[in-house]
Design a protein around this ligand. Sequence first.
Ligand SMILES: [Zn+2]
Length: 138
Amino acid sequence: MGSEAEMTYDNTVTLDPRIKARLKYDEQGLVCAVVQQYDTHEVLMVGYMDDEALRRTLTTGRVTFWSRSRQEYWRKGDTSGHVQYVKSVRLDCDGDALLIEVDQVGAACHTGKRSCFDEGGPLPAVVGERPDGQQEVA
Ligand SMILES: [Zn+2]
C-alpha cells in the first residue's frame, strides 16, 4: 500500500521538513504552482501555495491553493464544482515552482474557460526560427 513518496515523507500534520527545505519562497512565503491536465498536458492555470496548501495538496488528492486576494485557503472546486484531482506533484530545479498534474473537472478558469491561457489569449510575439543545421547542444 502507498507509494514510495508516501512512505518516505511525513506530511500528516505539517509539511515534511525535507520538502520545506527544498522550497524557495517569494516574499509572501508562497511558491508558484503550474497546473496541467495529466493526460492531454494542457496547461490550465497558475496558483500559489504556502506550506499548508502544498501539504493539503500532497495528502488529500485535491488541489488547495492560498488565495492572495482573499487571504485564505482555497480548495479548487468547492464553490464552482470545478474540482482538480491530483495525479502528481513535481518541484522544479531551484524550488520556486511546482508542477501539479491533475484531472480537471470542467473549467480551470473562473471565467468558465477550460484554461486561463485560453481566456487571456496570445500576445504578439516574434517567432524565433532555428537556423538550418543547428545541432542540439550535448
Ligand atoms: Zn483564469
